[in-house]
Design a protein around this ligand. Structure first.
Ligand code: MCA
Ligand code: AMP
Length: 491
């Protein structure tokens, strides 16, 4: 039994999705996902946790495929729609996916993989009615989804979550944020991360609410949709609020007034995935009348800490542990520290992932002996509110809500024939939170735009450094390790 899908049978005739002007009911989503499940199964009774990778823009089709994979007993592997082919192949190979489902707009990019014998290549539009047959009964403890996250190793790791984990993550948020069937959320985030998949889509669909898609963020279109007066819940990363504010400030007085009126009617608005600058929070309050609800989460644990829905939402703080989640702060020896002392956030509960896919050592290293997940985020508790102070690794960068490994970028840049060495760091930036920048060591004349174009074939564009400096050598400490804090000062 997959709780999210079972739940949908309660409200078949309600509208679940609005996409490109079309309305789709919960029954429609159930029917279409059953067609997809039966096509994937063909002659099998159960996919038995085979991995099914798919690349589909945020849409009704995305949801139908995701649910179809689950109903066939597969593990869903959503691919990032802005990845170049090598990054996509890495995920397909690492998960040992046996199916790849491709939306029409990605056919050209993915067509080289059609010849692979280990991969059944399917077009997302090609599923048609199969003879009605029983779908497998899925035990919720089985694997449901693998999402990729960057860490302190150069290559991203797959985070495996079960249906039980996903259900616990949804239930915790539905309770804390008082989701109801009257809600209507705008889904604008990429759907290969927890924020868009769980917090936005799955919480809404659990509640019998409506999900309206806008496949690509566009400030003008977001405000047009808000002005229609139907959306009442919004969730985004701080960079999106920054971009919305910047666009709003270019509008005329009457246009601003119209937006203000629409926003005042919202039930609530959330910010997360990166620290929300107090300045952004205050400006957004001035425009919308809403104090953004800031919360904290991670791919491995879903959401763990949130400002209260009803009580004080404290600027610069992430709030308290969510229902069903245990959170503690520990020092370097692993001892819990009292309030007002800083330490690492550690998390335990049904919302925590099962394992890093195919990486037992990394999984073991990520947990304490008594089963607490070590987030690597450093925080302090002040008057009952958690406040994030930083991260235990300079090699993890958060830009526009995306987690980026400096080591992955360095490795790619070093593969360029003209580069002898390089160091990548994240520097503070109002718009992006952190901005990726790189120091290069070379004895040749390098054209930066050519270097960037070459990098675009290797990495998604959001990982490409926005600034470069040339150095004769990288700053290093007595042990020969690059001193990244010194590097940051050069930008
Ligand atoms: C786009 N660009 C970026 C980023 N996004 N650069 C750095 N960081 C980024 N995040 C660059 C592109 O490479 C491009 O550069 C230029 O900006 C314009 O690209 P475009 O795609 O048009 O930008 P955009 O549409 O304005 O995108 C900005 C965005 C997007 C909407 C903020 O980055 C986004 O959707 N971020 C959300 C990520 C997210 O959902 N994170 C959740 C994971 P050029 O012109 O040079 O090509 S965290 C999570 O799930 C945990 C559990 C949690 O707590 O939530
Ligand atoms: P990801 O691996 O993409 O899931 O990103 C998770 C990381 O995002 C966390 O480990 C934090 O470093 C960061 N993060 C998420 N929410 C917040 C927040 N509200 N404030 C500061 N950092 C956050």
């Amino acid at each position: 039994m997959i709780p999210l899908i079972e739940n949908a049978f309660q409200f078949p005739s309600r509208i679940a999705v609005l996409d490109q002007g079309q309305h789709y009911s919960y029954q429609h989503l159930l029917d279409r996902s059953a067609v997809i499940a039966r096509s994937l199964l063909a002659t099998q009774r159960d996919l038995n946790q085979e991995r099914v990778a798919f690349i589909i823009p945020p849409s009704f089709d995305y949801l139908a495929v995701q649910w179809g994979i689950w109903r066939a007993g597969g593990i869903a592997v959503p691919l990032c729609t802005s990845y170049p082919l090598p990054s996509l192949e890495y995920v397909i190979d690492d998960t040992k996916a046996s199916f790849l489902i491709v939306a029409p707009e990605f056919e050209d990019l993915l067509s080289p993989l059609r010849v692979r014998e280990d991969l059944t290549y399917l077009s997302s539009k090609d599923f048609d009615n199969q003879p009605s047959s029983h779908l497998p009964d899925i035990d919720p403890s089985r694997g449901a989804m693998i999402l990729y996250t960057s860490g302190t190793t150069s290559l991203p790791k797959g985070v495996l979550s079960s249906h039980q984990t996903i259900t616990a993550q949804i239930k915790s948020l539905v309770q804390a944020w008082k989701w109801s069937e009257n809600d209507h959320i705008l889904s604008i985030l990429p759907l290969h991360h927890v924020h868009g998949i769980i917090n936005v889509n799955s919480c809404a669909l659990w509640s019998g609410a409506k999900v309206q898609f806008l496949p690509q963020f566009d400030a003008a279109k977001v405000f047009d949709i808000f002005n229609e007066g139907k959306v009442n819940v919004f969730m985004a990363v701080p960079t999106i609020y920054f971009k919305l504010i910047a666009f709003y400030e270019t509008l005329s007085g009457s246009e601003q007034e119209e937006i203000q009126k629409a926003l005042k009617k919202f039930r609530f608005m959330v910010s997360g995935s990166a620290a929300l600058p107090v300045s952004v929070m205050e400006k957004w309050k001035g425009i919308s009348g809403h104090t953004l609800l800031e919360r904290y989460g991670m791919t491995e644990i879903g959401m763990a800490i949130s400002n209260p829905y009803d009580g004080e939402r404290r600027p610069g703080h992430i709030g308290q542990a969510l229902p069903g989640v245990s959170v503690r702060v520990c020092d370097e020896e692993g001892k819990e520290v009292p309030p007002h002392k800083s330490g690492e956030i550690q998390v335990k509960g049904d919302t925590v992932f099962s394992e890093y896919w195919g990486k037992p050592e990394a999984t073991a290293k990520a947990f304490t002996k008594d089963g607490w997940f070590k987030t690597g985020d450093i925080a302090i508790v002040e008057d009952g509110y958690f406040r994030i102070l930083g991260r235990d690794s300079v090699d993890i960068i958060k830009s526009g809500g995306y987690k980026i490994s400096a080591l992955e970028i360095e490795e790619k840049i070093r593969a360029h024939e003209a580069i002898k060495d390089c160091g990548v760091v994240g520097i503070q930036d109002e718009e992006w939170g952190e901005k990726v920048v790189a120091a290069l060591v070379t004895d040749q004349n390098i054209d930066i735009s050519e270097l960037k174009n070459w990098l675009r074939t290797q990495l998604p564009s959001y990982k490409i450094p926005k600034e470069f400096v040339f150095l004769e050598e990288l700053p290093r400490n007595a042990l020969g390790k690059v001193t990244k804090n010194e590097l940051k000062k050069l930008f």
